[in-house]
Design a protein. Sequence first.
Lengths: 254, 263
Amino acid sequence: MRRALALLAALALLAPASGCGGDDAGGSAKPRLVVSAGSSMSEALTACGRDHPGATVRLQFAGSDALAAQIRRGVKPDVFAAANTRLPAQLHAEGLLSAPVEFATNKLVLAVPAGSEIGSLGDLAGAGTKVAIGSNSVPIGAYTRETLARLPAAQEHAILANVRSEEPDTKGIVGKLIQGAADAGFVYLSDVEAADRRLTAIELPARLEPEVAYAAGVVEGAHQPDRARAFVEGLHGGPCAAALGEAGFGPPSR
Amino acid sequence: MTFRIALVLALATALVFLTLPVVAIFVDSSPGRLIDSLGEPGALDALWLSLRTTAMALAIILAVGTPAAYLLATRSFRGKALVVTLVELPLVLPPAVAGIALLAALGPAGILGGAIEATGFELALQTAGVVVALTFVASPFYVRQAMAAFAAVDRTLLDASRTLGASEARGFARVMVPAAMPGLAAGAALAFGRALGEFGATLMFAGSFQGVTQTVPLAIYDRFATDFDAALALSAVLVAVSAAILLSVKLVQGSEVLGAAAR
Protein backbone atom coordinates (compact mmCIF):
# COMPACT_ATOMS: atom_id res chain seq x y z
CA MET A 1 0.00 0.00 0.00
CA ARG A 2 2.72 2.35 1.06
CA ARG A 3 4.75 1.61 -1.99
CA ALA A 4 1.72 2.04 -4.23
CA LEU A 5 1.04 5.50 -2.83
CA ALA A 6 4.64 6.53 -3.22
CA LEU A 7 4.58 5.30 -6.78
CA LEU A 8 1.44 7.34 -7.46
CA ALA A 9 3.05 10.47 -6.05
CA ALA A 10 6.16 9.87 -8.12
CA LEU A 11 4.05 9.43 -11.23
CA ALA A 12 2.21 12.65 -10.49
CA LEU A 13 5.56 14.42 -10.30
CA LEU A 14 6.74 12.95 -13.56
CA ALA A 15 3.52 13.61 -15.45
CA PRO A 16 4.22 17.28 -16.27
CA ALA A 17 7.61 16.36 -17.72
CA SER A 18 6.25 13.72 -20.04
CA GLY A 19 3.08 15.67 -20.76
CA CYS A 20 4.45 17.78 -23.57
CA GLY A 21 5.12 14.73 -25.68
CA GLY A 22 1.60 13.48 -25.16
CA ASP A 23 0.12 15.11 -28.24
CA ASP A 24 2.39 13.29 -30.61
CA ALA A 25 1.58 9.97 -29.03
CA GLY A 26 -1.89 10.10 -30.58
CA GLY A 27 -1.06 7.22 -32.91
CA SER A 28 0.42 9.17 -35.83
CA ALA A 29 4.16 9.40 -36.09
CA LYS A 30 3.92 12.64 -38.09
CA PRO A 31 5.80 15.61 -36.67
CA ARG A 32 3.70 18.45 -35.37
CA LEU A 33 3.76 21.89 -36.94
CA VAL A 34 2.40 24.70 -34.78
CA VAL A 35 0.91 27.62 -36.72
CA SER A 36 -0.15 30.83 -34.95
CA ALA A 37 -2.51 32.73 -37.22
CA GLY A 38 -4.80 35.75 -36.96
CA SER A 39 -8.45 34.96 -36.19
CA SER A 40 -9.66 36.08 -39.59
CA MET A 41 -7.87 33.12 -41.24
CA SER A 42 -9.44 30.41 -39.08
CA GLU A 43 -11.94 28.98 -41.59
CA ALA A 44 -9.53 28.97 -44.53
CA LEU A 45 -6.52 27.52 -42.72
CA THR A 46 -8.54 24.94 -40.82
CA ALA A 47 -9.80 23.66 -44.17
CA CYS A 48 -6.35 23.30 -45.76
CA GLY A 49 -4.36 22.51 -42.60
CA ARG A 50 -6.06 19.15 -42.14
CA ASP A 51 -4.36 17.51 -45.10
CA HIS A 52 -0.98 19.16 -44.99
CA PRO A 53 1.58 16.63 -46.23
CA GLY A 54 4.32 15.49 -43.90
CA ALA A 55 3.11 17.08 -40.67
CA THR A 56 0.15 17.33 -38.37
CA VAL A 57 -0.71 21.01 -38.42
CA ARG A 58 -1.75 22.44 -35.08
CA LEU A 59 -3.43 25.79 -35.65
CA GLN A 60 -3.96 28.38 -32.97
CA PHE A 61 -5.99 31.45 -33.74
CA ALA A 62 -6.22 34.74 -31.85
CA GLY A 63 -5.81 38.43 -32.58
CA SER A 64 -2.53 38.80 -34.54
CA ASP A 65 -1.30 41.27 -31.90
CA ALA A 66 -1.84 38.79 -29.07
CA LEU A 67 0.01 36.08 -31.02
CA ALA A 68 2.92 38.45 -31.69
CA ALA A 69 3.00 39.32 -27.99
CA GLN A 70 3.23 35.61 -27.16
CA ILE A 71 6.21 35.24 -29.51
CA ARG A 72 7.87 38.25 -27.88
CA ARG A 73 7.38 36.56 -24.52
CA GLY A 74 9.25 33.50 -25.75
CA VAL A 75 6.42 31.31 -27.07
CA LYS A 76 7.72 29.49 -30.16
CA PRO A 77 5.18 28.33 -32.69
CA ASP A 78 6.73 27.25 -36.02
CA VAL A 79 4.83 29.70 -38.22
CA PHE A 80 3.35 33.13 -37.52
CA ALA A 81 0.75 34.39 -40.00
CA ALA A 82 -0.67 37.86 -39.32
CA ALA A 83 -3.52 39.94 -40.67
CA ASN A 84 -1.06 42.69 -41.52
CA THR A 85 2.52 43.09 -42.69
CA ARG A 86 3.54 45.39 -39.83
CA LEU A 87 3.64 42.83 -37.00
CA PRO A 88 5.69 40.24 -38.96
CA ALA A 89 8.03 43.03 -40.10
CA GLN A 90 8.49 44.17 -36.49
CA LEU A 91 9.18 40.63 -35.29
CA HIS A 92 11.64 40.18 -38.16
CA ALA A 93 13.43 43.39 -37.14
CA GLU A 94 13.60 42.08 -33.57
CA GLY A 95 15.22 38.87 -34.79
CA LEU A 96 12.24 36.72 -33.86
CA LEU A 97 10.92 35.86 -37.32
CA SER A 98 12.37 35.05 -40.75
CA ALA A 99 11.86 37.61 -43.54
CA PRO A 100 8.05 37.70 -43.86
CA VAL A 101 6.30 36.68 -47.07
CA GLU A 102 3.12 38.43 -48.15
CA PHE A 103 0.60 35.75 -49.10
CA ALA A 104 -2.89 37.22 -49.30
CA THR A 105 -4.95 40.38 -49.25
CA ASN A 106 -8.35 41.12 -47.84
CA LYS A 107 -10.88 43.92 -47.93
CA LEU A 108 -12.13 45.93 -45.00
CA VAL A 109 -15.93 46.14 -45.26
CA LEU A 110 -18.82 47.44 -43.23
CA ALA A 111 -20.79 44.41 -42.04
CA VAL A 112 -24.42 44.48 -40.93
CA PRO A 113 -26.83 41.70 -39.96
CA ALA A 114 -28.76 40.39 -42.99
CA GLY A 115 -31.87 42.50 -43.54
CA SER A 116 -30.46 45.54 -41.78
CA GLU A 117 -31.59 49.00 -42.86
CA ILE A 118 -28.05 50.31 -42.73
CA GLY A 119 -26.83 50.71 -46.29
CA SER A 120 -23.75 52.90 -46.15
CA LEU A 121 -21.20 54.57 -43.91
CA GLY A 122 -23.49 57.57 -43.78
CA ASP A 123 -26.04 55.59 -41.76
CA LEU A 124 -23.57 54.89 -38.95
CA ALA A 125 -23.55 58.38 -37.51
CA GLY A 126 -27.22 58.31 -36.49
CA ALA A 127 -28.12 58.44 -32.81
CA GLY A 128 -28.60 55.02 -31.25
CA THR A 129 -26.69 53.07 -33.88
CA LYS A 130 -24.45 50.57 -32.11
CA VAL A 131 -21.11 49.96 -33.76
CA ALA A 132 -18.55 47.26 -32.89
CA ILE A 133 -14.94 47.62 -34.00
CA GLY A 134 -11.62 45.95 -33.26
CA SER A 135 -9.51 47.10 -30.35
CA ASN A 136 -6.75 49.53 -31.30
CA SER A 137 -4.01 46.93 -30.92
CA VAL A 138 -5.45 44.30 -33.25
CA PRO A 139 -5.01 44.79 -37.06
CA ILE A 140 -8.75 44.96 -37.80
CA GLY A 141 -9.06 47.80 -35.28
CA ALA A 142 -6.08 49.67 -36.72
CA TYR A 143 -7.42 49.35 -40.30
CA THR A 144 -10.83 50.57 -39.13
CA ARG A 145 -9.39 53.67 -37.45
CA GLU A 146 -7.19 54.35 -40.48
CA THR A 147 -10.28 54.26 -42.68
CA LEU A 148 -12.42 56.41 -40.43
CA ALA A 149 -9.62 58.97 -40.22
CA ARG A 150 -10.03 59.56 -43.97
CA LEU A 151 -13.61 60.71 -43.44
CA PRO A 152 -14.50 64.33 -42.66
CA ALA A 153 -13.67 64.89 -38.97
CA ALA A 154 -17.29 65.43 -37.93
CA GLN A 155 -18.40 62.16 -39.51
CA GLU A 156 -15.43 60.29 -38.03
CA HIS A 157 -16.27 61.55 -34.54
CA ALA A 158 -19.95 60.76 -34.92
CA ILE A 159 -19.16 57.16 -35.89
CA LEU A 160 -16.57 56.71 -33.15
CA ALA A 161 -19.08 58.10 -30.65
CA ASN A 162 -21.40 55.23 -31.61
CA VAL A 163 -18.79 52.56 -30.93
CA ARG A 164 -20.12 50.35 -28.14
CA SER A 165 -17.46 47.64 -28.07
CA GLU A 166 -13.79 47.27 -28.96
CA GLU A 167 -13.32 43.56 -29.50
CA PRO A 168 -10.03 41.65 -29.20
CA ASP A 169 -10.48 39.94 -32.59
CA THR A 170 -12.74 39.74 -35.65
CA LYS A 171 -14.71 36.81 -34.19
CA GLY A 172 -15.90 39.03 -31.35
CA ILE A 173 -17.22 41.62 -33.81
CA VAL A 174 -18.97 38.99 -35.94
CA GLY A 175 -20.52 37.44 -32.81
CA LYS A 176 -21.88 40.76 -31.59
CA LEU A 177 -23.43 41.42 -35.03
CA ILE A 178 -25.01 37.99 -35.41
CA GLN A 179 -26.43 38.19 -31.89
CA GLY A 180 -27.92 41.60 -32.64
CA ALA A 181 -25.93 43.24 -29.86
CA ALA A 182 -24.36 45.60 -32.40
CA ASP A 183 -25.99 47.08 -35.53
CA ALA A 184 -22.86 47.39 -37.64
CA GLY A 185 -19.19 46.58 -37.49
CA PHE A 186 -16.01 46.74 -39.50
CA VAL A 187 -14.60 43.33 -40.43
CA TYR A 188 -12.87 41.69 -43.40
CA LEU A 189 -14.82 40.56 -46.43
CA SER A 190 -13.71 36.98 -45.64
CA ASP A 191 -15.41 37.22 -42.20
CA VAL A 192 -18.70 38.08 -43.88
CA GLU A 193 -18.26 35.17 -46.33
CA ALA A 194 -17.64 32.84 -43.38
CA ALA A 195 -20.80 33.96 -41.60
CA ASP A 196 -23.09 32.00 -43.95
CA ARG A 197 -25.31 34.83 -45.19
CA ARG A 198 -26.19 35.96 -41.70
CA LEU A 199 -24.19 39.12 -42.42
CA THR A 200 -24.20 41.48 -45.38
CA ALA A 201 -21.01 43.20 -46.53
CA ILE A 202 -21.20 46.83 -47.59
CA GLU A 203 -18.10 47.74 -49.58
CA LEU A 204 -16.30 50.94 -48.69
CA PRO A 205 -15.54 53.65 -51.25
CA ALA A 206 -12.16 52.88 -52.86
CA ARG A 207 -10.61 56.12 -51.59
CA LEU A 208 -11.26 55.00 -48.00
CA GLU A 209 -10.16 51.39 -48.30
CA PRO A 210 -6.99 50.52 -46.43
CA GLU A 211 -4.49 48.15 -47.95
CA VAL A 212 -5.04 44.91 -46.05
CA ALA A 213 -2.19 42.48 -46.68
CA TYR A 214 -1.34 39.28 -44.82
CA ALA A 215 2.21 38.17 -44.18
CA ALA A 216 3.77 35.11 -42.59
CA GLY A 217 7.20 33.93 -41.53
CA VAL A 218 9.07 31.15 -39.77
CA VAL A 219 9.57 31.78 -36.06
CA GLU A 220 13.25 31.82 -35.00
CA GLY A 221 13.93 28.70 -32.97
CA ALA A 222 11.03 26.80 -34.56
CA HIS A 223 11.04 23.07 -33.84
CA GLN A 224 10.30 22.27 -37.48
CA PRO A 225 11.99 25.05 -39.49
CA ASP A 226 12.00 23.19 -42.83
CA ARG A 227 8.38 22.18 -42.65
CA ALA A 228 7.49 25.66 -41.42
CA ARG A 229 9.19 27.15 -44.50
CA ALA A 230 7.22 24.76 -46.72
CA PHE A 231 3.99 25.77 -44.99
CA VAL A 232 4.69 29.48 -45.50
CA GLU A 233 5.49 28.88 -49.18
CA GLY A 234 2.28 26.84 -49.48
CA LEU A 235 0.29 29.82 -48.28
CA HIS A 236 0.67 31.50 -51.64
CA GLY A 237 0.85 28.59 -54.01
CA GLY A 238 -0.34 25.42 -52.32
CA PRO A 239 -3.72 24.13 -51.16
CA CYS A 240 -3.88 26.83 -48.48
CA ALA A 241 -3.74 29.51 -51.19
CA ALA A 242 -6.76 27.89 -52.83
CA ALA A 243 -8.58 27.65 -49.49
CA LEU A 244 -7.84 31.32 -48.79
CA GLY A 245 -9.19 32.25 -52.23
CA GLU A 246 -12.37 30.29 -51.60
CA ALA A 247 -12.81 32.00 -48.23
CA GLY A 248 -12.85 35.43 -49.88
CA PHE A 249 -9.21 36.47 -49.60
CA GLY A 250 -7.47 38.08 -52.56
CA PRO A 251 -4.09 37.11 -54.05
CA PRO A 252 -1.03 38.97 -52.73
CA SER A 253 -0.50 42.32 -54.39
CA ARG A 254 3.13 41.64 -55.14
CA MET B 1 9.14 7.13 5.55
CA THR B 2 8.94 6.92 1.75
CA PHE B 3 5.32 7.96 2.03
CA ARG B 4 6.21 11.02 4.05
CA ILE B 5 8.83 12.05 1.48
CA ALA B 6 6.25 11.64 -1.25
CA LEU B 7 3.81 13.86 0.67
CA VAL B 8 6.42 16.56 1.18
CA LEU B 9 7.46 16.39 -2.47
CA ALA B 10 3.83 16.71 -3.58
CA LEU B 11 3.29 19.75 -1.38
CA ALA B 12 6.55 21.35 -2.52
CA THR B 13 5.59 20.83 -6.17
CA ALA B 14 2.14 22.29 -5.61
CA LEU B 15 3.55 25.27 -3.75
CA VAL B 16 6.13 26.17 -6.41
CA PHE B 17 3.65 25.64 -9.23
CA LEU B 18 0.95 27.77 -7.61
CA THR B 19 3.05 30.63 -6.29
CA LEU B 20 5.66 31.12 -9.02
CA PRO B 21 3.30 32.75 -11.57
CA VAL B 22 1.89 35.08 -8.91
CA VAL B 23 5.36 36.06 -7.71
CA ALA B 24 6.41 36.64 -11.34
CA ILE B 25 3.78 39.37 -11.71
CA PHE B 26 5.64 41.44 -9.14
CA VAL B 27 9.18 40.42 -10.13
CA ASP B 28 8.85 40.85 -13.91
CA SER B 29 8.46 44.62 -13.61
CA SER B 30 9.79 47.20 -11.18
CA PRO B 31 7.36 48.69 -8.62
CA GLY B 32 7.93 52.15 -10.09
CA ARG B 33 6.86 51.04 -13.56
CA LEU B 34 3.85 49.26 -12.12
CA ILE B 35 2.70 52.45 -10.41
CA ASP B 36 3.35 54.51 -13.57
CA SER B 37 1.23 52.17 -15.66
CA LEU B 38 -1.62 52.50 -13.19
CA GLY B 39 -1.69 56.25 -13.71
CA GLU B 40 -2.90 55.78 -17.28
CA PRO B 41 -6.57 56.88 -17.54
CA GLY B 42 -7.73 53.62 -19.15
CA ALA B 43 -6.40 51.63 -16.20
CA LEU B 44 -8.15 53.85 -13.67
CA ASP B 45 -11.38 53.64 -15.69
CA ALA B 46 -11.13 49.85 -15.64
CA LEU B 47 -10.49 49.72 -11.89
CA TRP B 48 -13.35 52.08 -11.14
CA LEU B 49 -15.71 50.19 -13.44
CA SER B 50 -14.73 46.84 -11.92
CA LEU B 51 -15.34 48.19 -8.45
CA ARG B 52 -18.74 49.65 -9.34
CA THR B 53 -20.06 46.65 -11.28
CA THR B 54 -18.80 44.17 -8.69
CA ALA B 55 -20.41 46.15 -5.86
CA MET B 56 -23.72 46.33 -7.75
CA ALA B 57 -23.63 42.62 -8.53
CA LEU B 58 -22.87 41.86 -4.89
CA ALA B 59 -25.79 44.05 -3.71
CA ILE B 60 -28.18 42.12 -5.98
CA ILE B 61 -26.73 38.80 -4.88
CA LEU B 62 -27.12 39.66 -1.18
CA ALA B 63 -30.64 41.06 -1.56
CA VAL B 64 -32.00 38.08 -3.49
CA GLY B 65 -29.61 35.34 -2.45
CA THR B 66 -29.98 35.73 1.31
CA PRO B 67 -33.74 35.02 1.54
CA ALA B 68 -33.48 32.38 -1.20
CA ALA B 69 -30.70 30.58 0.65
CA TYR B 70 -32.69 30.86 3.91
CA LEU B 71 -35.67 29.20 2.26
CA LEU B 72 -33.55 26.40 0.83
CA ALA B 73 -31.77 25.85 4.15
CA THR B 74 -34.85 25.81 6.39
CA ARG B 75 -37.53 24.04 4.34
CA SER B 76 -37.70 20.66 2.75
CA PHE B 77 -39.92 20.13 -0.28
CA ARG B 78 -40.20 17.86 -3.27
CA GLY B 79 -37.54 18.58 -5.86
CA LYS B 80 -35.37 20.57 -3.46
CA ALA B 81 -32.23 18.73 -4.54
CA LEU B 82 -33.00 19.69 -8.14
CA VAL B 83 -33.55 23.34 -7.23
CA VAL B 84 -30.27 23.45 -5.30
CA THR B 85 -28.44 21.85 -8.24
CA LEU B 86 -29.91 24.39 -10.67
CA VAL B 87 -28.95 27.30 -8.42
CA GLU B 88 -25.42 25.97 -8.09
CA LEU B 89 -24.96 25.18 -11.78
CA PRO B 90 -23.25 28.45 -12.84
CA LEU B 91 -20.53 27.49 -10.35
CA VAL B 92 -19.23 24.83 -12.70
CA LEU B 93 -20.20 26.42 -16.04
CA PRO B 94 -17.23 27.57 -18.13
CA PRO B 95 -17.38 31.39 -18.47
CA ALA B 96 -17.68 31.11 -22.26
CA VAL B 97 -20.77 28.95 -21.79
CA ALA B 98 -22.16 31.53 -19.38
CA GLY B 99 -21.57 34.24 -22.02
CA ILE B 100 -23.32 32.29 -24.77
CA ALA B 101 -26.16 31.36 -22.41
CA LEU B 102 -26.70 34.99 -21.38
CA LEU B 103 -26.75 36.09 -25.04
CA ALA B 104 -29.22 33.32 -25.89
CA ALA B 105 -31.47 34.30 -22.99
CA LEU B 106 -31.11 38.06 -22.56
CA GLY B 107 -29.29 39.21 -25.73
CA PRO B 108 -31.17 41.32 -28.30
CA ALA B 109 -31.83 38.14 -30.32
CA GLY B 110 -32.34 35.97 -27.22
CA ILE B 111 -35.57 34.49 -25.86
CA LEU B 112 -36.27 37.45 -23.56
CA GLY B 113 -34.53 39.97 -25.83
CA GLY B 114 -37.77 41.37 -27.28
CA ALA B 115 -39.36 41.74 -23.86
CA ILE B 116 -36.31 43.57 -22.48
CA GLU B 117 -36.17 45.84 -25.53
CA ALA B 118 -39.85 46.68 -25.07
CA THR B 119 -39.08 48.12 -21.64
CA GLY B 120 -36.51 50.41 -23.23
CA PHE B 121 -33.76 48.81 -21.17
CA GLU B 122 -30.52 47.60 -22.74
CA LEU B 123 -28.13 44.99 -21.43
CA ALA B 124 -25.80 43.90 -24.24
CA LEU B 125 -22.74 46.17 -24.57
CA GLN B 126 -23.88 48.19 -21.55
CA THR B 127 -22.60 48.49 -17.99
CA ALA B 128 -25.85 46.83 -16.88
CA GLY B 129 -24.84 43.83 -18.99
CA VAL B 130 -21.58 43.56 -17.06
CA VAL B 131 -23.54 43.54 -13.79
CA VAL B 132 -25.82 40.81 -15.15
CA ALA B 133 -22.84 38.68 -16.20
CA LEU B 134 -21.10 39.13 -12.85
CA THR B 135 -24.27 38.36 -10.92
CA PHE B 136 -24.85 35.21 -12.96
CA VAL B 137 -21.41 33.72 -12.43
CA ALA B 138 -20.87 34.86 -8.84
CA SER B 139 -24.22 34.29 -7.12
CA PRO B 140 -23.85 30.52 -6.58
CA PHE B 141 -20.69 31.18 -4.55
CA TYR B 142 -22.76 33.20 -2.10
CA VAL B 143 -25.96 31.14 -2.12
CA ARG B 144 -24.09 27.88 -1.46
CA GLN B 145 -22.21 29.32 1.49
CA ALA B 146 -25.31 31.11 2.84
CA MET B 147 -27.33 27.89 2.73
CA ALA B 148 -24.68 26.08 4.73
CA ALA B 149 -24.50 28.98 7.19
CA PHE B 150 -28.27 29.07 7.78
CA ALA B 151 -28.44 25.30 8.06
CA ALA B 152 -25.75 25.35 10.76
CA VAL B 153 -27.63 27.85 12.97
CA ASP B 154 -29.18 26.21 16.05
CA ARG B 155 -32.90 26.11 15.22
CA THR B 156 -33.87 26.41 18.89
CA LEU B 157 -32.80 30.06 18.66
CA LEU B 158 -35.39 30.74 15.98
CA ASP B 159 -38.01 28.65 17.80
CA ALA B 160 -37.37 30.64 20.99
CA SER B 161 -37.94 33.93 19.17
CA ARG B 162 -41.18 32.55 17.69
CA THR B 163 -42.34 31.43 21.15
CA LEU B 164 -41.69 34.95 22.36
CA GLY B 165 -44.10 36.20 19.71
CA ALA B 166 -41.73 37.35 16.95
CA SER B 167 -42.92 36.82 13.38
CA GLU B 168 -40.81 34.62 11.13
CA ALA B 169 -39.69 37.69 9.20
CA ARG B 170 -38.47 39.24 12.43
CA GLY B 171 -36.83 36.01 13.50
CA PHE B 172 -35.06 35.85 10.12
CA ALA B 173 -33.79 39.41 10.37
CA ARG B 174 -32.97 39.56 14.09
CA VAL B 175 -31.91 35.99 14.85
CA MET B 176 -30.99 33.94 11.80
CA VAL B 177 -29.03 36.51 9.78
CA PRO B 178 -26.88 37.66 12.75
CA ALA B 179 -26.24 34.05 13.79
CA ALA B 180 -25.24 33.07 10.25
CA MET B 181 -23.23 36.26 9.67
CA PRO B 182 -19.70 34.79 9.54
CA GLY B 183 -20.78 32.27 6.90
CA LEU B 184 -22.70 34.93 4.96
CA ALA B 185 -19.68 37.24 5.01
CA ALA B 186 -17.40 34.48 3.77
CA GLY B 187 -19.85 33.70 0.95
CA ALA B 188 -20.08 37.38 0.03
CA ALA B 189 -16.29 37.65 -0.10
CA LEU B 190 -16.02 34.63 -2.39
CA ALA B 191 -18.74 35.98 -4.70
CA PHE B 192 -16.97 39.36 -4.77
CA GLY B 193 -13.69 37.68 -5.73
CA ARG B 194 -15.31 35.64 -8.49
CA ALA B 195 -17.13 38.68 -9.89
CA LEU B 196 -13.97 40.79 -9.83
CA GLY B 197 -12.12 38.24 -11.94
CA GLU B 198 -14.89 37.57 -14.48
CA PHE B 199 -13.63 37.65 -18.07
CA GLY B 200 -15.29 35.38 -20.63
CA ALA B 201 -18.96 35.96 -19.93
CA THR B 202 -18.40 39.72 -19.72
CA LEU B 203 -16.54 39.88 -23.04
CA MET B 204 -19.15 37.81 -24.86
CA PHE B 205 -22.25 39.38 -23.35
CA ALA B 206 -21.20 42.94 -22.57
CA GLY B 207 -18.30 43.50 -24.97
CA SER B 208 -15.27 45.62 -24.16
CA PHE B 209 -15.33 49.41 -24.08
CA GLN B 210 -13.25 51.68 -21.91
CA GLY B 211 -15.23 53.11 -19.03
CA VAL B 212 -18.45 51.29 -20.00
CA THR B 213 -17.82 47.55 -20.15
CA GLN B 214 -14.04 47.12 -20.03
CA THR B 215 -13.46 45.72 -16.55
CA VAL B 216 -9.96 45.07 -15.20
CA PRO B 217 -9.64 41.51 -16.61
CA LEU B 218 -10.68 42.77 -20.06
CA ALA B 219 -8.28 45.71 -19.77
CA ILE B 220 -5.50 43.26 -18.90
CA TYR B 221 -6.24 41.22 -22.02
CA ASP B 222 -6.43 44.39 -24.14
CA ARG B 223 -3.00 45.53 -22.91
CA PHE B 224 -1.38 42.10 -23.06
CA ALA B 225 -0.45 42.58 -26.72
CA THR B 226 0.65 46.21 -26.64
CA ASP B 227 1.72 47.11 -23.14
CA PHE B 228 2.81 44.16 -21.05
CA ASP B 229 3.84 46.41 -18.14
CA ALA B 230 0.37 47.92 -17.93
CA ALA B 231 -1.14 44.42 -18.04
CA LEU B 232 1.20 43.39 -15.21
CA ALA B 233 0.28 46.46 -13.16
CA LEU B 234 -3.45 45.77 -13.38
CA SER B 235 -2.80 42.10 -12.64
CA ALA B 236 -0.85 43.09 -9.54
CA VAL B 237 -3.82 45.10 -8.31
CA LEU B 238 -6.15 42.13 -8.83
CA VAL B 239 -3.72 39.82 -7.01
CA ALA B 240 -3.58 42.23 -4.07
CA VAL B 241 -7.36 42.62 -3.88
CA SER B 242 -7.97 38.88 -4.27
CA ALA B 243 -5.40 38.07 -1.57
CA ALA B 244 -7.07 40.60 0.74
CA ILE B 245 -10.44 38.95 0.12
CA LEU B 246 -9.10 35.47 0.82
CA LEU B 247 -7.37 36.69 3.95
CA SER B 248 -10.52 38.39 5.26
CA VAL B 249 -12.48 35.16 4.67
CA LYS B 250 -9.88 33.27 6.69
CA LEU B 251 -10.03 35.86 9.46
CA VAL B 252 -13.84 35.79 9.59
CA GLN B 253 -13.85 32.01 9.66
CA GLY B 254 -11.03 32.02 12.20
CA SER B 255 -12.96 34.30 14.55
CA GLU B 256 -16.00 32.09 14.04
CA VAL B 257 -14.00 29.07 15.19
CA LEU B 258 -12.66 31.03 18.15
CA GLY B 259 -16.14 32.29 18.96
CA ALA B 260 -17.51 28.75 18.89
CA ALA B 261 -14.73 27.62 21.21
CA ALA B 262 -15.55 30.42 23.63
CA ARG B 263 -19.22 29.53 23.79
